[in-house]
Design a protein around this ligand. Structure first.
Ligand code: UDP
Length: 329
């Protein structure tokens, strides 16, 4: 049985579905503050609660034989983390300490962690590899880096292995069109553009066009949620196959291609054949100008290879937004 925290969220729900498709038994815990029960695959067992709730975790670890934990539950908005940092240290750091205490107590061996490219801060090179120093510039990135640090510290325990996956910008929806991205409020670029193109907002706001990038808008590296999910399953299989090998690894997951905010708006216009109205706003605090991955390490170590290009990311997201114009509601 694989325990997935945050399995009702955008990324967690895709991984749960892919795990179930591959025949894994899955137990999901999610407190449903941002997740959606409708997103949880029916083949998984679902328990509502916090990822670090000691009573809930005692019950789970005593009842089920948990082979590995995949930890997605977190607050994950850069802008919000600047405005409300303690929420991020509480929900991300404190809850994870509590989860790791139980993982230690029950001697769970394998842990896969959702980390982020926000740990790098403002990198001084154009593509980011895992050796680059980490200087996060927002509380979200800082909270995730603290957890990586904790994982490294406890991985000295002989039988604890972990893989932390530093996501770049996750996008798109399940190819079935049945699960996708539904945040309230929505702050991410692609859903905001698509919602605007659906007529749900008067314009798409660009948070700053005075960055030192070719068109002045921020550049990000977008990765399809299914490719990201495959990365987690490869990480899980690596840990399960190499039980007796010490693993304490950090891998980037990105497509190695930078797309600016303006370029993304144009790509969405092409895919949907609808013209956007753009409104330039001041910079959003905490945004680095350019984040583009090198994913060489994960390609070589796990054989991971992204399959979805930027058009397919937008197309699958657009299918989801049209199927579920009001999200899961
Ligand atoms: N962004 C924007 N308008 C929006 C949403 C996002 O200009 O409505 C910009 C944001 O400032 C950042 C990029 O798009 O430069 C990606 O932001 P997102 O929130 O999608 O992901 P993040 O990089 O913060 O994790």
């Amino acid at each position: 049985m694989i325990l997935v925290t945050g399995g009702a969220g955008y990324i967690g729900s895709h991984v749960v579905r892919d795990l179930a498709d591959r025949g894994y038994s899955v137990l999901v815990i999610d407190n449903l503050t941002t997740g959606h029960i409708e997103a949880v695959d029916k083949r998984a067992i679902f328990l509502q609660g916090d990822a670090g709730d000691p009573k809930l975790l005692d019950g789970i670890f005593k009842t089920y034989s948990i082979q590995a934990v995949m930890h997605f539950a977190a607050s994950c908005l850069v802008g919000e983390s600047v405005v409300n940092p303690l929420k991020y240290y509480q929900n991300n750091v404190v809850e994870t300490v509590r989860l790791l205490q139980k993982i230690n107590q029950y001697q769970i061996k394998h842990f896969i962690f959702s980390s982020t490219c926000a740990t790098y801060g403002i990198p001084n090179q154009s593509t980011i590899d895992e050796k680059l120093p980490t200087h996060p510039i927002n509380p979200y990135g800082k909270s995730k880096l603290m957890i990586e640090t904790m994982l490294n510290s406890i991985s000295d325990r002989d039988d604890f292995n972990f893989i932390a996956l530093r996501y770049f910008n996750v996008a798109g929806a399940h190819p079935s069109g049945e699960i996708g991205e539904d945040h309230t409020p929505e702050t991410h670029l692609i859903p905001n553009i698509l919602r605007h193109l659906q007529g749900k907002s008067a314009c798409i706001e660009i948070h700053g066009n005075d960055y030192a990038t070719p068109d002045g808008t921020c550049i990000r590296d977008y990765i399809h949620v299914t490719d990201l999910s495959t990365g987690h399953i490869l990480a899980l299989e690596f840990l399960l196959k190499n039980q007796h090998k010490k693993t304490a690894e950090i891998f980037n997951l990105g497509n190695e291609r930078g797309v600016s905010v303006l370029e993304m708006i144009h790509l969405c216009e092409q895919v949907t054949n609808i013209k956007a109205t753009v409104n330039i706003q001041p910079r959003r605090k905490g945004d680095p100008p350019r984040l583009v991955a090198s994913s060489k390490k994960v390609r070589e170590a796990l054989g991971w290879m992204p399959k979805f290009d930027i058009h397919t990311m937008i197309q699958t997201a657009w299918n989801w937004h049209r199927n579920y114009p009001d999200g899961y509601k």
